[in-house]
Design a binder for this molecule. Structure first.
Ligand SMILES: [Cu+2]
Length: 171
């Protein structure tokens, strides 16, 4: 969601029209993404992989709940769905910490992790507001080798969720 406070400050300073022209679309939005192991959008932001608009706003992969795509259905971020783009694969243990960096602490229903065609973990926050960083311990169970993890942050008070794909090699 757009930050009303930021917008109000910008209008107060009389620079809103300038911002609208010069900032990449959506940069006023603030939400969250997985920083480690580095998600696809985190690799875009750090320059590990060269990307388009997503590199400026890795926290903005927002879409309706229930999607299964890395881009959250955002056409502007479609490259996140490209498994052949050269994403760096992070070696991980069977039980691994996934760390989110949140730029807006939205009230949260659940955090979900999918891999190997099924849900491997879910954490229910019951509508609580998370901190600026959130860590989950995820157990891959019988899944080994290269896995594309789809992580979903379901927001409690909107129909939307945030999506992040993380390429790992479970050893
Ligand atoms: Cu937001």
């Amino acid at each position: 969601m757009k930050s009303k406070k930021t917008l109000a400050v910008a209008i107060g300073a009389g620079i809103a029209p300038l911002l609208a022209v010069t900032l990449p679309a959506g940069s006023a939005s603030a939400h969250g993404y997985i920083s480690s192991p580095p998600s696809r959008q985190a690799q875009c932001a750090s320059g590990v992989v060269s990307c388009g608009a997503i590199k400026y706003e890795p926290q903005s992969v927002e879409g309706p709940k229930g999607l299964t795509s890395c881009s959250g259905g955002n056409a502007a971020f479609a490259e996140l769905d490209n498994d052949a783009k050269g994403w760096k694969v992070t070696p991980v243990s069977r039980t691994t910490s996934f760390n989110w960096r949140l730029t807006a602490r939205h009230a949260t229903s659940t955090w979900q992790y999918y891999a190997g065609g099924r849900k491997i973990a879910e954490f229910n926050d019951g509508g609580a507001r998370p901190g600026e960083t959130v860590t989950h311990q995820v157990n891959f169970g019988s899944l080994t080798g290269k896995q594309k993890v789809l992580a979903v942050w379901n927001i409690a008070d909107t129909p939307n969720a945030f999506y992040a794909c993380v390429d790992v090699n479970v050893r």
